[in-house]
Design a protein around this ligand. Structure first.
Ligand SMILES: C[S@@+](CC[C@H](N)C(=O)[O-])C[C@H]1O[C@@H](n2cnc3c(N)ncnc32)[C@H](O)[C@@H]1O
Length: 241
């Protein structure tokens, strides 16, 4: 029953949720020569997450892997419209010419609702620092209601990212993993793009490993739901809410 309820929340709806914020992000003037796609997470998945965020009154979102910033800006724009909520998004690089700062400026999103972290040491190190800061008083205070892991898509670092993000996710919060079906070989010229990887590393859907071996058997997680044809996994951390 609980599973059905979460699946229901995450299934495509007929409400207009996210329409305005998605349109704001879509209207970003993409440089002609760029040739990239702004939305790296499919729009129906972003809408499903917005529905979950709204219905469950989630206010603090952590995104590991900002990309060009579309998902972070859509969620932050929704928070801004409602007057509360904040997205913290972490990436090792600010992409050029399209990046989250340019997108946030275009959408007029204030830093109150969007915390952009560019950290060349990567999210594993950044999460370590955040955990140290959150536990500075001797008691670790989890600060996020939803965490989206959508970065390297490799066992190393994302196995570690799950456990670190878990430390910062409050009981009752949601852990979301994108690209459960992705393999490095899905990227053209994978062996050259990912030098030093073994054939197993190139061929294995590594986020699926994180989901199947770490998230699903974890005693603190339940209500496992896969959406968008099994691409995205959503798990609820046990606790109130
Ligand atoms: C698929 S994109 C993220 C898309 C974004 N979540 C969205 O929905 O629009 C993956 C991003 O993860 C970043 N990334 C990969 N490994 C990382 C690491 N170890 N630390 C920080 N960022 C990383 C890449 O630079 C890239 O921008």
């Amino acid at each position: 029953m609980f599973l059905d309820r979460l699946a229901g929340l995450l299934s495509p709806g007929t409400d207009a949720i996210g329409d305005q914020s998605l349109e704001m992000v879509r209207s970003f003037p993409i440089p002609e020569a760029w040739g990239g796609g702004l939305f790296q997470l499919p729009e129906p998945v972003i809408t499903a997450l917005l529905r979950l965020i709204q219905r469950k009154r989630l206010l603090r979102v952590l995104e590991l892997g900002t990309g060009f910033g579309a998902t972070a800006c859509v969620i932050a724009a929704e928070f801004q419209m409602r007057g509360r909520g904040r997205v913290t998004t972490i990436d090792r690089a600010a992409h050029e010419p399209v990046n989250v700062r340019a997108l946030a400026e275009h959408c007029r999103i204030s830093p109150e609702h969007l915390d952009i972290v560019v950290d060349p040491s990567g999210y594993i190190w950044r999460l370590g620092r955040m955990i140290a800061a959150a536990g500075a008083t001797g008691h670790l205070e989890p600060q996020f209601d939803l965490c989206l892991i959508d970065g390297a898509h490799e066992w190393d670092p994302d196995a570690g990212a799950f456990f670190l993000a878990d430390q910062l996710l409050r009981p009752g919060g949601y852990m979301v993993l994108d690209d459960l079906t992705f393999r490095l070989t899905d990227v053209p010229d994978a062996a050259a793009r990912f030098p030093g990887r073994t054939a197993e590393q190139l061929e294995t859907p590594q986020m699926r490993l994180v989901w199947d071996l770490l998230v699903r058997p974890h005693p603190d997680y339940g209500r496992f739901t896969e959406i968008y044809g099994g691409r995205v996994g959503v798990a609820k951390k046990r606790g109130w809410g």
